[in-house]
Design a protein around this ligand. Structure first.
Ligand code: SF4
Length: 289
């Protein structure tokens, strides 16, 4: 169900942008996400989304974005996609993200979009305009290259093959593109074969960076939903998780050091960066520009 809400403010100011995503101002135009990934951390109690199947649209978000960007003195990267996907299916007709990008272009800010959807291609012209003036980065989340497995763990999202095809189109247009390879689900995706397949497919599509996360979080409602889905799709696997992780919040992959070494070797071989922010202008440089 799609419901409308009003927000008091939109942009969250990140005082110290990390070297992974480089985001200085984070925005969420929606709450909830139709992609319904079985591992989604946004289901956790701390985010206070009662029914994650609902998509809440911040109807005044575009007005707020325009006002808030006009007041910013430092032109840092505006990020979107951390709590919900900016290209959730509702976006196809609501066009909140598309219109937000036009506002970002007008104010001359760089942008970093995190998504699992090839719907981002609809906004190619706006992304090119942003890129010409500052910088546009698009990172596609890929946790497996296996479309059949992705249909189970990310049931509402376009398949990884479609994401990688969209990445290739954006890369050909000069947009900085990459992959967020996270989470890598223990016992399901934490194999050398899967990590190798993701890096090779990202390289073939023209990815400039891959941001890895070798494991997942398991928090209250997130864990409950994930375990319910494991029982349904992978009988016996929940018990394996319970034995390995108990009530721990963080569930790392098996043999993380080996996967990290493999990942580093592959990225070195293909010239892929493991930090997206390394090739974007930092806030001070943007202020000078
Ligand atoms: S796309 Fe992201 S926000 Fe949406 S359900 Fe999946 S993990 Fe959650």
């Amino acid at each position: 169900m799609i419901r409308e809400i009003r927000a008091k403010t939109l942009l969250a100011h990140i005082r110290h942008p990390d070297s992974w995503f480089g985001i200085k101002y984070n925005m969420n135009l929606y709450r909830g996400c139709e992609h319904q990934c079985i591992y989604c951390d946004s289901r956790s109690e701390c985010y206070q989304i009662e029914d994650f199947r609902d998509v809440l649209v911040k109807v005044n978000a575009l007005e707020l974005l325009d006002q808030e960007l006009a007041r910013k003195r430092v032109k840092g990267i505006v990020g979107t996609g951390s709590m919900n996907d900016p290209y959730t299916p509702a976006e196809a007709h609501l066009n909140m993200t598309g219109r937000a990008l036009a506002i970002i272009a007008k104010h001359g800010f760089p942008v970093h979009i995190l998504t699992k959807s090839d719907l981002v291609l609809r906004d190619l012209d706006t992304l090119r305009a942003i890129n010409a003036r500052s910088r546009a980065i698009v990172s596609f989340t890929v946790t497996t290259t296996d479309d059949a497995l992705a249909r189970i763990v990310e049931p509402g999202a376009p398949p990884p093959s479609a994401r990688l095809a969209a990445l290739a189109v954006l890369a050909q247009q000069g947009i900085t593109t990459g992959v967020t390879m996270m989470p890598i689900l223990p016992f399901l995706e934490d194999t050398a074969e899967n990590v190798t397949a993701i890096v090779e497919a990202a390289h073939a599509a023209g990815a400039a960076h891959i941001l890895p996360g070798f494991g997942m979080t398991l928090r209250d409602r997130q864990r409950a939903w994930y375990y319910e889905q494991l029982d349904h799709h992978f009988p016996g696997l929940r018990q394996r998780y319970e034995r390995a992780f108990g009530q721990c919040y963080h569930a790392p992959c098996r043999d993380v050091p080996r996967l990290e070494r493999l990942f580093a070797d592959l990225c070195r071989r293909y010239g892929i960066r493991t930090r997206a922010a390394l090739d974007v202008p930092q806030p001070q440089q943007m202020a000078l520009l």
